[in-house]
Design a binder for this molecule. Structure first.
Ligand SMILES: N[C@@H](CCC(=O)N[C@@H](CS)C(=O)NCC(=O)O)C(=O)O
Length: 212
């Protein structure tokens, strides 16, 4: 199994799951700053030119959520439930995260943090206002949901937690107003207590040049 990653939000999820499950994964670090994700050797693995990506024999995957599910299934872990109704519950939250929660958190992270990092100009206030409105709307849904639960789905830790939490370690950089959503803050702190979530990046890795 080979997991291509960069130290950025989407690869955070499958890297954390692989570490949490202690899976024998070969990590391949993709250097986004050097544009390795746009090189033909990498585009042959993920034609979208984005990280993460994954190979296991003939299986080739992109999309962080799909990779997490594959890893959990491969390990026989209940991070991906056996029960079909529970599976659908987990999928509901993963899809909701992509479409709503992390989508708008990611827009804020881009405006407040990434732009500055890359010297890509000042934050765009209209974009921030739009993204913040949506973020508050969907954070309200998650906050209400967590009032009576410790986890996002199935009343236990699943890949849904690893998916929905993507921007939680980056909440200050993204200026997410989590003080207004205390249940999310409580859940974020619980996730932080998982070593694999707090420190998902591998100590050892190959480079693209070494494997292609
Ligand atoms: N929907 C994809 C998103 C992947 C993605 O946007 N990855 C970012 C890193 S967090 C990336 O590779 N950005 C480089 C680029 O778009 O040029 C997933 O969940 O895996």
């Amino acid at each position: 199994m080979r997991l291509y990653y960069s130290e950025t939000p989407n690869p955070h999820k499958p890297c954390a799951v692989a570490k949490y499950l202690n899976l024998p994964v070969e990590y391949v670090r993709i250097d986004l700053a050097r544009g390795e994700h746009k090189q033909s050797a990498y585009l042959a693995v993920n034609p979208n030119g984005k990280t993460p990506a994954f190979e296991d024999g003939d299986v080739r995957l992109w999309e962080a959520h799909a990779i997490m599910v594959y890893l959990a299934h491969k390990a026989g872990s209940d991070l991906w439930p056996d029960d079909p109704v529970d599976q659908v519950e987990v999928m509901k939250w993963l899809n909701w995260d992509t479409a709503h929660f992390s989508r708008h958190a990611g827009r804020l992270w881009f405006e407040y943090f990434l732009k500055g990092l890359f010297g890509a100009g000042e934050p765009d206030q209209a974009e921030i206002d739009d993204a913040m409105g949506f973020f508050r709307q969907f954070a309200g849904v998650l906050n209400d949901h967590l009032k009576t639960r410790d986890h996002v789905a199935c009343n236990r830790l699943t890949v849904a937690d690893f998916g929905v939490a993507t921007f939680m370690p980056r909440w200050k950089e993204a200026r997410l107003p989590l003080d207004d959503f205390p249940e999310i803050g409580r859940w974020r702190d619980r996730m932080e207590r998982l070593d694999a979530w707090r420190e998902p990046w591998p100590a050892e890795y190959s480079t693209l040049e070494q494997v292609k």
